[in-house]
Design a protein around this ligand. Sequence first.
Ligand SMILES: O=C(O)C1=C[C@@H](OP(=O)(O)O)[C@@H](O)[C@H](O)C1
Ligand SMILES: C=C(OP(=O)(O)O)C(=O)O
Length: 446
Amino acid sequence: MSAHTEAQPMQASKSGPLKGVAEVPGDKSISHRALIFGAMAVGETKITGLLEGQDVLDTARAMQAFGAEVTQHGPGAWSVHGVGVGGFREPVDMIDCGNSGTGVRLIMGTMATTAITATFTGDASLRKRPMGRVTEPLALFGARAYGRQGGRLPMTLVGAANPVPVRYALPVASAQVKSAVLLAGLNAPGETMVIEKEPTRDHSERMLLGFGAKLNVERTGEGHVITLTGRPELRPQTVAVPRDPSSAAFPVSAALLVDGSDITVPGVSQNLTRNGLYLTLVEMGASIEFMNPREEGGEPVADLRVRFTGDLKGIEVPPERAPSMIDEYPILSVIAANATGKTVMRGVKELRVKESDRIDAMARGLEACGVVIEEDEDTLIVHGLGAGNVPGGATAKTHLDHRIAMSFLILGMCAKKPVAVDDASPIVTSFPIFVPLMKRLGATLG
Ligand SMILES: O=C(O)C1=C[C@@H](OP(=O)(O)O)[C@@H](O)[C@H](O)C1
Ligand SMILES: C=C(OP(=O)(O)O)C(=O)O
């Protein structure tokens, strides 16, 4: 959706207690992968609980452009008739991945070892993001990329006619880069290896195994060494997408911050590569009960009961936890502003290359709302004012970034004066039902 819709200003103000059950939509990372791996399998993959956010819909359209049949049967219920590993056909038009880094990087990986050419673009946010991090390892397989200065979209990728397998040590902790290399490795003969020093979300590894690929993960002194055997025949699967812990973070945080709240958020992933925010909240003293732990869609999940906590304490977030909560720092900084003492977030420079520069976007917006911030390239420090003490009364710029928009709207629900955002339209990329869901819990939003 590059043709960006009109800006949608929105405001949130001090809300009464939030109550009820917050059923958040399907996981975005798993939804993209269900469509892409489904397209690589031979036969029909059935998906339930697919996130129907714009990012995922753009990936669904891209899979059709590469020759897979993708059909919606009902809300969240989709099927993908795959073309098999190496079976992608050349798209006849540009592939528009909208706002989605995950979409474009994973799809580039998937086509990089097939002898076809495709040109990728995205919205004004995605066109600023670095693609060199995926095109560099993809070049080792034999693919060639021609993009704008700095490795930006629009970019044409010429897939390798005679791909060779690759051994690649990730220079940044990135599940998108890891997944792009593994997806490219699917159509390279022999063993492709990816080495990651710090573990990042492991959905690709889990799902590749589920689809029948031969994949081995070894923990060594170097980190995780993932070895994938190329040219498997992937078997179609039935994928039940669990709820998204990154989306759940918003109602959970709202309940912690709005006086008198008591909500339940069912089926939140406790996958150790995704649960960093929840560990951090517990360390800050949050009242969260993890009830009914179980497996759903191959992921460990629990139902969270979350109650208003008026005495949250600022903490130092361990930098090695960053990959397991990378998308949650914007909302954590809102929580930190309502805690006592300072919260120190180090090792977070990856936030600067997300949908926006998230350190800058949060720092400027929080300062405008009366919060003292310190930052450097790799660090964000928030000086907490205590529960309900953020003055508010400002408009934050969201820079086409859904997580910045949702974070400031939640701040508005507990600040002294309303907080507005200049543009709430990007929320549809990951959490299309955010506004009705929050209103149903009792938030004052509109
Ligand atoms: O692989 C994925 O599904 C994702 C990986 C993360 O990005 P990086 O790989 O750039 O850290 C995360 O920020 C993004 O929302 C989803
Ligand atoms: C960083 C994010 O997504 P992506 O990289 O897929 O655009 C996100 O959803 O916070």
